[in-house]
Write a protein that binds this ligand. Sequence first.
Ligand SMILES: [Mn+2]
Length: 353
Amino acid sequence: MKLGFGLYRHQLDDAHFSFARQCGATHLVIHLVDYFRSARNNATGDQPLGDDSGWGLAGDPNRLWSFEEITAIQSAAAKHGLQIEAIENFDPAHWHDVLLDGPKKKSQLENLQTMIRAVGRAGIPVIGYNFSLAGVAGRVKGAWGRGGAEVVGMNGPLDKPIPNGMIWNMVYDPHASPGNLAPISTEELWRRHGEFLDALVPVAEQCGVRLAAHPDDPPLQTVRGQPRLVNHPLLYQRLIDRRPSPSNALEFCLGTLAEMPEGDIYEAVESYSRQNKIAYIHFRNVRGKVPFYKETFVDEGDVDMMRVLRILKKNNYEGVLIPDHAPAMSCAAPWHAGMAYACGWMQAALKNL
Ligand SMILES: [Mn+2]
């Protein structure tokens, strides 16, 4: 198994590359969506949180991620001894009508195919995605961690409707007409996801790229009145079986799986690692279940992370693990300290498996 490090778009620079390498990471998972571009409530250096108006503005629909842009980041990271394992998340600007089944769906699927080809040509093996209308919404932050560390969690559900022009917790059309997005059924969401897989998996197969699905975070029945795709560990099986292929894989988020009210996390790790479906892992711990869970330091939550690592080892998982996010620690560099703590713990655990 390999230690990786996740970096947001505004962190793709020499200072963060060297920090990740100093933490022991050999691989990177990078975000090209800029959650922090225009958000009022997203402090840089932390994970995006936002409020009811989302994380901020989505990117430029007419500017796709190019081979040149990706390889420039790759060479900058390579100078620090880091290899890019995955690009995490599509930009809502590039796929809002795929999620919404809107008029631009066909051209946006073609654009996603173009970007998959660029990623494959650059030799990056994974693209992580989260097929969700509400996205990661409804989380709050507080000093709930050990010793008063600032962590993210939930203090109850959020079902305020999604306003027109917003999808995946970002605004793709600031000039949308007033009103809210009509709720859809769970089956309709699965139908749209099936179309997404049918359009993209064959291209991903040709390019040697694995599309890796993140479960719904937070994994409630509904968020903002809209259904969730994967809010039970067994629904990952439904997702895999919808289109069996090495390119139809999982961005396996232990934190989100642990937040699910039902299912057994160790059985999930066993089943999906045995099937070789895990493209990479978000390695973080939580206490409690939705809608009242809180993130914790990696060593103190509900999940026995050593037991998880032993199952992965038994099933020959050889991929990347990243801390996902970590509690912010009380010091001059709260994000750095939290991430370094998580990486140090992971390094020691991996070396002593
Ligand atoms: Mn995650």
